[in-house]
Design a protein around this ligand. Structure first.
Ligand SMILES: NC(=O)c1ccc[n+]([C@@H]2O[C@H](COP(=O)([O-])OP(=O)(O)OC[C@H]3O[C@@H](n4cnc5c(N)ncnc54)[C@H](OP(=O)(O)O)[C@@H]3O)[C@@H](O)[C@H]2O)c1
Length: 348
């Protein structure tokens, strides 16, 4: 097994006694390292604990065709797998894909207990938990917000057979997306824009509408943050071609998407190899996706400056209200702005 399966060890691996909750945090951190490279597979992380709570193995699934996280971690644990607890970010798979089922490996290793965070909805892989229980293993489902976020693209892919859509936009405190001419171009701060560059370098495609290209002449590249990959830049227009001087054309990979229906646009991006799409459009295309129920996560950057004369009503004028009571939602300050990350229960 190569070193690429063995990222930095969880702190105190092999020494201190840790709780299952702590081990799950480590497993999530391991999985996060594979968020881009594992696609279209889920970015799973796994930690193996002895009965006394000593970490004896850990691993992650790095890329399709490579061993699953449980296999990497159990291999490291070796004979200490017997009687151990496997703590993993996703329910162990139960099917023969490119690699044998993890459930079989868990059984063969003599594992006593399995703790997993996200239930696998993939019809081809599900049932791992029931299979293990049936064979006498103590299995516990412990939901974890960050594990669910890591697995969200896999869940979308499994349930809807289309790319996962993260819609990102900026708005004023009143919920307006387009500033009046007196305001200047930016609603959000440099710090927020850095965060946007970070996520651009982790998605497969950035999608915008021709309206934004014409109005803002945006570049849309992940230039101000270390990137994990360079996304395809896609511009949706049913009838217009890209102006030859448009700055988006400076990107290495640019596509004009001529389909008019948002689902057809996503299918076109899927054919181009996209599993995770960042929708960075103006109000027209954004509302088309909102109405079509094709947004899985909303990332809403609220700037501090009032813009009562602004236009382009946001689909979520009061993110604070929408976030309330949403256990998987999250909010944080970014410089003078506030970012709301809210999963949207999309149907399409
Ligand atoms: N606050 C923010 O986060 C943010 C982000 C981006 C832009 N903006 C602002 O938004 C304004 C531009 O707004 P916009 O709404 O025109 O931009 P847009 O939503 O990015 O682009 C709209 C264009 O997308 C194309 N399109 C393709 N399929 C569509 C569909 N199913 N439904 C609707 N449109 C579709 C249409 O062009 P065709 O007619 O050629 O098909 C349409 O004119 C600018 O002022 C810009 O500064 C704000």
């Amino acid at each position: 097994m190569t070193n690429q399966h063995q990222p930095a060890a969880p702190p105190h691996c092999g020494a201190a006694v840790v709780s299952e909750a702590r081990a799950l945090e480590w497993a999530v951190r391991l999985g996060a390292k594979s968020w881009v490279s594992a696609r279209p597979n889920p970015p799973v992380g796994c930690v193996v604990l002895t009965r006394s709570g000593k970490c004896v193995g850990y691993g992650r699934h790095t890329s399709p065709g490579e061993p699953h996280a449980e296999v990497v971690a159990l291999q490291m644990a070796g004979s200490q797998s017997k009687d151990s607890t496997v703590v993993v970010t996703l329910e162990p798979c139960n099917h023969h894909g490119r690699t044998p089922p993890c459930t079989e490996r868990i059984l063969k290793s003599g594992v006593r207990r399995v703790v997993y965070a996200t239930k696998d909805p993939n019809p081809a892989a599900e049932g791992g938990s029931d299979f293990l229980k049936h064979h006498g293993i103590d299995v516990e489902h412990v939901p974890h917000r960050l594990a669910d976020r890591l697995n969200a693209p896999h869940v979308t892919w499994s349930m809807k057979s289309r790319p996962h859509v993260i819609a990102k936009w900026a708005q004023s405190p009143e919920g307006n997306m387009c500033p009046p001419p007196t305001h200047g171009q930016w609603i959000s701060s440099v710090r927020s824009r850095m965060e946007v560059h970070r996520i651009r370098g982790r998605v497969d495609a950035v999608l915008t509408g021709m309206g934004s290209v014409i109005a803002d002449d945006c570049l849309l590249s992940p230039r101000n943050h270390k990137r994990r990959q360079t996304p395809l830049i896609a511009v949706a227009s049913r009838s217009r071609s890209l102006p030859p001087t448009a700055r988006v054309l400076e990107n290495p990979s640019v596509e004009l998407i001529t389909e008019g229906n948002p689902l057809d646009q996503l299918k076109a991006l899927q054919r181009l190899g996209a599993h995770v799409v960042l929708l960075e459009a103006g109000p027209r295309l954004l509302h088309a996706y909102w109405k079509a129920n094709l947004i899985d996560e909303a990332w809403i950057f609220v700037g501090p400056k009032p813009m009562p004369d602004g236009t382009g009503r946001s689909p979520v004028p009061s993110p604070e209200k929408r976030l309330r009571g949403h256990p998987k939602g999250f909010t944080m300050d970014l410089g003078p702005d506030r970012l709301y990350q809210i999963p949207i229960e999309s149907k399409g």
